[in-house]
Design a protein around this ligand. Structure first.
Ligand code: SAH
Length: 270
């Protein structure tokens, strides 16, 4: 499987910007009286302190953590598509995890998102996204919306993302999270049957694992289209890339993985 490593990183505010600002601010007030000088210095210090504490610092921290995630966990393991790397750098993963786990959002691991489900490890999200060779003309179906993170990443690279989630609370939460994304549609229901009304799809990504290949998904894949799906029995799942060619399916095994199971409405694994 893959190396597991974790890089702790400390937050600090952008010192060079503050110092540069301090100099020009002092110059701007040189012609004033000592009282004006002192009070404008105090005001400037107050602005600096405020801007370091008012969220800007943590956004800077998260951006830095994302840069590290992309370079150390994703590019270092062989994901090379610049658009995929940029999308992973852009989407704010910490907003898709529960607030008490935000400090772990850029760790090299999956995280719980409630209801016994998980958001996938960042590397796996990037690997699956790259494998689909996304482009702006593509309509993609995702099975297993979960937090909505994978859909958000794909939406930056494709024409439209249709995503299906079986657990209502997760689906509703993702609908709220993704409400500002114009090219994502979410349906709450059983994704084993795909989303017939919008088929056929240029690509299908499945982020929960059935024990066999769902026939409706194969049917809803366009000729020449690709599907990435983890399947197999618990403990022996493999991430598989499928291509539909001349009506039949060409299969390429990528890596061993461990995903949550694809279940029906009664909770039974497919
Ligand atoms: N892609 C998600 C992670 C998904 S975890 C993300 O980026 O956060 C797998 C998800 O698949 C879980 O939310 C689970 O509820 C969902 N799932 C399991 N069986 C399903 C089915 N038959 N149809 C749709 N979703 C299903």
């Amino acid at each position: 499987m893959h190396n597991f490593y974790f890089t702790p990183f400390l937050l600090c505010c952008n010192k060079s910007t503050s110092t540069g600002g301090a100099r020009s601010s002092a110059r701007d007030t040189d012609v004033s009286s000592p009282l004006v000088k002192t009070s404008s210095r105090l005001l400037f210090i107050a602005i600096c302190v405020f801007s370091c504490n008012a969220g800007d610092g943590s956004e800077t921290q998260y951006r830095t953590l994302r840069e590290r995630m992309v370079s150390e966990q994703i590019a270092a393991r062989g994901v090379t598509d610049e658009r995929v790397l940029k999308a992973m750098q852009t989407v704010e993963r910490h907003l898709f995890v529960p607030p008490n786990l935000r400090h772990k959002a850029y760790n090299d691991s999956p995280l719980p998102i409630g209801e016994g489900q998980t958001i996938s490890q960042p590397y796996i999200v990037a690997l699956m996204t790259e494998a689909l060779k996304p482009d702006r003309s593509m309509n993609v179906l995702e099975i297993g919306t979960g937090s909505g993170y994978q859909a958000a990443v794909l939406s930056l690279l494709c024409n439209h993302v249709y995503t299906v989630e079986i657990i209502e609370t997760l689906g509703r939460r993702a609908q709220t999270m993704l409400s500002s994304y114009r090219n994502i549609s979410i349906r709450i229901g059983d994704g084993y049957n795909g989303w017939k009304e919008h088929a056929p799809f240029d690509a299908i990504i499945v982020t929960c694992a059935p024990t066999h290949l769902p026939a409706p998904l194969v049917e809803q894949l366009k000729e020449g289209g690709t599907m990435i799906i983890p399947f197999g029995e618990r403990g022996t799942q493999e991430l598989v890339l499928l291509t539909k060619k001349g009506g039949s399916i060409v299969e390429e095994g990528l890596i061993p993985v461990r995903f949550v199971p694809m279940v029906d409405s009664g909770g039974v694994t497919y």
